[in-house]
Design a protein around this ligand. Structure first.
Ligand code: SF4
Length: 340
């Protein structure tokens, strides 16, 4: 897959994103001029299994999101801990800031086009932070040992910098998103259900669709770019299956480094990701049946909350909570599965 870095202010479309803290939102309260026809991509959706929170009953997986597909590709045991055992995880400062910034960018489009300015966006941060703490009280743990509020102040300043940078990459006064934080779900012919949340969908007057995802981190080096593009082609596949339209452009907006990465998919790309997802799902179903979830240690283990339960770190997984059957297929590979 090729990708190119270019100016992000392309005319015509709107788009959306992928992170936690994206909750279904009410319809915009301010009607802005609509140079873009309303799309009709809205679909049904159920939430993805969250990777944090308290005790919940174990369930067999029934659908796949980009995040959980990424978990399985990174480490099958991590997928098990998150999706089947549903072990709680601590909130992270970076992910929580990403959630906050996403909320601000999303709410920015409530305002009339001419009022979508950087100062106005920054002014939204305190209120959105309050809302986030109300909806997810666990995030206050992040600053429990910060009585003077110094770390919180620095964290909020970084959120401001990320929001300001967005205005150097896109011009929201020229965008009228068709959808924001769009929950989508589609069932493939194989029966596999795909679901996710798209940050922004722009639809040009010609009907061309652009899918946009905000990233609060830095753009990866080209050799590591496949993961993000996998997520975007996943969304493109869902939109294609729902509406029969191949999105014209996939756009990743990296607020951490100030890069905009775009990719224009073709049908062969989406067919390839569909085959990939089918194989991935077969591997997940097999592991669910047999209870064999292999750890796959990488440098990403440093960020894993489950080392205490991981054999690679001397831990023991909790008892497997689902019925186990022997693998009758004889093809129990959980070999490395990259995005491509
Ligand atoms: S510590 Fe590493 S190997 Fe173990 S579950 Fe987490 S990601 Fe997998």
């Amino acid at each position: 897959m090729d990708s190119s870095i270019e100016d992000g202010g392309a005319p015509g479309g709107g788009a959306e994103q992928t992170d936690p803290a994206k909750a279904p939102r009410p319809a915009p309260t301010t009607a802005a001029p609509a140079p873009v026809p309303s799309p009709s991509i809205r679909s049904t959706v159920a939430g993805d299994v969250p990777a944090s929170g308290g005790e919940r009953a174990a369930v067999a997986p029934s659908s796949l999101s980009p995040s959980r597909a990424g978990d399985f590709m990174q480490c099958p045991l991590l997928y098990r801990f998150r999706v089947i055992d549903r072990l709680p995880e601590k909130p992270s400062a970076a992910a929580t800031r990403g959630t906050l910034v996403h909320a601000v960018l999303e709410r920015m489009f409530d305002a009339p086009a001419a009022e979508r300015t950087a100062p106005r966006a920054k002014a939204l941060i305190p209120g959105q932070w309050d809302r986030l703490r109300e909806s997810r009280p666990e995030v206050t743990e992040l600053f429990a040992d910060d009585p003077e509020g110094e770390r919180l102040a620095g964290w909020l300043q970084e959120a401001e910098r990320l929001v300001e940078r967005w205005f150097t990459l896109e011009d929201p006064t020229r965008l009228e998103p068709a959808e924001r934080e769009l929950f989508v779900e589609a069932e493939l012919e194989s029966g596999l259900r795909l679901r996710g949340i798209i940050d922004r969908v722009d639809v040009a007057p010609t009907g061309e669709v652009r899918i946009v995802d905000y990233k609060t981190g830095k753009a990866p080096r080209p050799e590591y770019a496949e993961g993000a593009l996998f997520q975007m082609t996943f969304y493109a596949l869902v939109v294609w299956r729902l509406k029969g339209v191949v999105p014209r452009r996939l756009q990743l907006v990296y607020l951490g480094s100030g890069d905009v990465v775009t990719y224009d998919p073709v049908v062969a790309d989406l067919e390839r990701v569909e085959r990939k997802l089918r194989a991935l799902w077969e591997a997940i179903e097999r592991a669910t049946r047999t209870g064999e979830w292999r750890p796959r240690p990488t440098k990403l283990c440093s960020w894993c909350d489950h080392q205490a339960h991981c054999p690679e770190f001397g831990g023991t997984p909790p008892p497997y909570p689902l019925p186990v059957r022997a693998d009758e297929s004889g093809s129990g590979s959980q070999g490395r599965m990259g995005p491509d």
